[in-house]
Design a protein around this ligand. Structure first.
Ligand code: A2P
Length: 336
């Protein structure tokens, strides 16, 4: 049995921070003490964990004395500023932001895929991958083990939870305005460049010189690092959709070896964290509501691709806040 740990959550009042609390409670994580950190705006507010009231404290560079593991989910800037202080205080940081993911001395972990890499963290920092990358790789890993992954062409359908509490609030507000026949004014559009309710936006994160977005390039570089496939080719279009929590991804994956659909489906039997839901003739396939607030990702619509050789086209769905962020971070904490 693991010894009890002093755990901190940085960004405890955010969408992912609150889910981290739920995951720690549900999974009976061995906790000696829990420190909840957020901005000065939240300091003094209280929340309940395992029946105990905990007061939220303001994050400072001195917050980490005596803390064993700090789960960071407050933004890349906050991680860049405070994670080094936490690590220097002897605390292991599990960081949900993209700040350290591509640092060669920072392991990038999906516990079902590369758990052993978490055991060597020379900087005392471990990174949680991008949510769309986690959900995609959960579906691709059993196929990769069987056929050897060569390339990925993907389009994502990403929930507003990926933009934190503010994204969820913006969709709620715009949905209410539409339901009440009120106009959506420029004041009601803050998180996204255009209205998200009743719309889809082919733009997640900032654009780069090559026309892709940072989010799209995360799929490329993070997948290479996690799977240890430096030659892996990835092209991706990330799209924000008016869904509250779960992300979906349409993926065409090409492999080294010939594929077989029946065999590919069978490769999901007994895989931790991913389940097959694939009987399209009876309208059975994964949809975002299936995985919302659930731990497991789902995969379906598995078919032989009609363009590429040795390729499958699949549909993967997972709760962005849970497996895409909070749960994955808590699973990493369980490993170390
Ligand atoms: P707060 O609620 O005090 O602003 P989300 O991504 O869901 O918006 O959550 C962001 C999280 O990051 C919140 O918990 C938020 O706390 C926290 N946060 C934002 N700015 C800071 C800061 N300067 N110091 C500490 N925590 C911060």
């Amino acid at each position: 049995m693991n010894p009890q740990k002093h755990i901190a959550i940085v960004g405890a009042t955010g969408a992912v921070g609150e889910e981290m609390l739920k995951c720690l409670a549900e999974r009976n994580f061995p906790i000696k003490e829990l420190t909840l950190l957020a901005s000065a705006r939240s300091a003094g507010k209280t929340t309940t964990f395992r029946g105990q009231e905990i007061t939220i404290k303001e994050l400072t560079h001195q917050s980490f004395e005596g803390i064993d593991i700090a789960l960071f989910s407050a933004s890349g800037d906050i991680s860049r500023e405070y994670a080094p202080s936490a690590a220097a205080a002897g605390c292991t940081v599990i960081d949900n932001s993209s700040a350290f993911r591509m640092d060669p001395d920072v392991p990038l972990i999906v516990p079902e895929i590369n758990p052993q890499a978490a055991l060597s963290a020379p900087k005392n920092i471990i990174a949680n991958p991008n949510c769309t990358t986690i959900i995609s790789l959960m579906a691709l890993f059993p196929l990769h083990k069987k056929y050897g992954l060569k390339s990925i062409i993907a389009s994502s359908y990403q929930a507003v939870s990926g933009s934190g509490a503010a994204g969820i609030a913006e969709l709620e507000l715009q949905n209410k305005l539409i339901a009440n026949n009120n106009p959506i004014t420029p004041d009601d559009i803050n998180v996204y460049p255009v209205q998200i309710a009743s719309n889809v936006i082919p733009h997640v994160d900032t654009f780069l010189d090559n026309g892709f977005t940072k989010e799209e390039q995360k799929m490329l570089f993070e997948s290479r690092k996690i799977l240890q496939l430096p030659e892996l080719k990835v092209t991706c279009t990330c799209v924000r959709v008016p869904v509250y929590r779960s992300h979906s991804v349409s993926i065409t994956a090409q492999f080294e070896h010939p594929v077989n659909v029946t065999e590919a489906k069978a490769s999901f039997t007994d895989q931790p964290g991913i389940k097959l839901k694939d009987d399209p003739e009876n309208n059975i396939y994964p949809v975002p509501l299936d995985t919302t607030c659930k731990d497991d990702c789902l995969v379906g619509r598995i078919r032989k691709d009609q363009v590429l050789e040795n390729a499958l086209t699949i549909w993967a769905v997972g709760d962005q806040v849970r497996k895409g962020a909070a749960l994955n971070a808590v699973q990493i904490a369980e490993i170390i």
